[in-house]
Design a protein around this ligand. Sequence first.
Ligand code: AMP
Ligand code: AMP
Length: 361
Amino acid sequence: MITKDEINDILRRYETKKITIGTLGSHSALNIFKGAKEEGFGTICVCKRGDEIVYQSFPLADEVILVEDFNELLDEDIQQRLRQTNTILVPHGSFNAYIGTEKIMDELRIPLFGNRELLRWETDREKQREWLQKAGLTLPKTFKDPNGIQGLVIAKFSGTRGGKGYFLANSPESFHKKARDMIKRGHLRREDLEDIHLQEYIIGVNVYPSYFHSPLTNEVELLGIDKRYESAVDNIGRIPASEQLQIALNPTYTVIGNIPIIVRESLLPEILRMGENVVKISKEIAPPGIIGPFCLETVITDGLEIFTFEISARIVAGSNVGIGTSPYAYLNYGEGMYMGRRIAREIKIAIKTNELEKVVY
Ligand code: AMP
Ligand code: AMP
């Protein structure tokens, strides 16, 4: 495992007047690059061949390193180039999805904006539950064994997959039948069933608040809220129920995009407290706790109860709805603040106050 001392050594060799902000070209890269530019940083993008059209159409990356596969981020020549350009990497969902936590922890010798140890907590569902429970959040019930299913459950699989392959079941029988069906339709592999997570399905609406914790000021800010737009579940209402029954329609949860939302103001006290409590516990389980962005994935019921089913201890793609501004960011900053920029702002302040070591790991 790469130690904080190693990262500090790398940082000491950096020219802090010439810091570059880098990331993988996907997920929330445009958000991160735009924010970096607006705060006066250079930017560097590690981009998959074929995807460079994005960074040509939106020319926010000063340097684009083309790779065949995101895994090449770990190649020594690429890492060297990143250190040469004094790069701080901002991790996002594609880091977990395409590189994996272990490799990030063991092989990525580049300062990351964020707490590496929490990436591990975030990708382990059991650890995640422990963290959220300690923070006093309300979680959906879970079932260890498909044969114990009672009531409606959602079946989830490991890794950041954006809901791909998830399905609903309301009994052991319907679980086994649907699992076979999902495999047949190519949404799942047989081996995925070995690492299954069964969660009580909460009927309500999705609400994803994005927060930012500054280790410099020790404050937690709410920067925006979104909901996901998922295929096909979000549009099955367009098909009449009679047709749904005839084709035995089985909803899927592949995320396609995100939609900004504003919640009832009376929900804000709890949403704000939840963010603060999660940060407080993160400091106990993985000091110094969350650095920068995080998101709670919740479902709010018609009784206004907030269930949290997941946490992301990094920037989420849902924060892209706030590029430019979001109402919540506006309330604090006026125009022009959003997650990518808030990250760059934190790095800028840390450089000025000589506290970079507090924000990179
Ligand atoms: P991608 O690079 O688009 O494949 O995304 C990397 C990971 O983040 C994948 O596992 C996606 O499922 C997830 N992801 C990408 N975009 C979003 C989004 N808008 N909302 C939630 N998750 C996302
Ligand atoms: P996840 O990959 O865990 O973020 O979940 C993907 C999608 O599945 C969410 O956006 C929700 O639409 C849905 N979902 C996940 N867990 C639950 C739950 N416990 N109750 C209701 N819906 C859920």
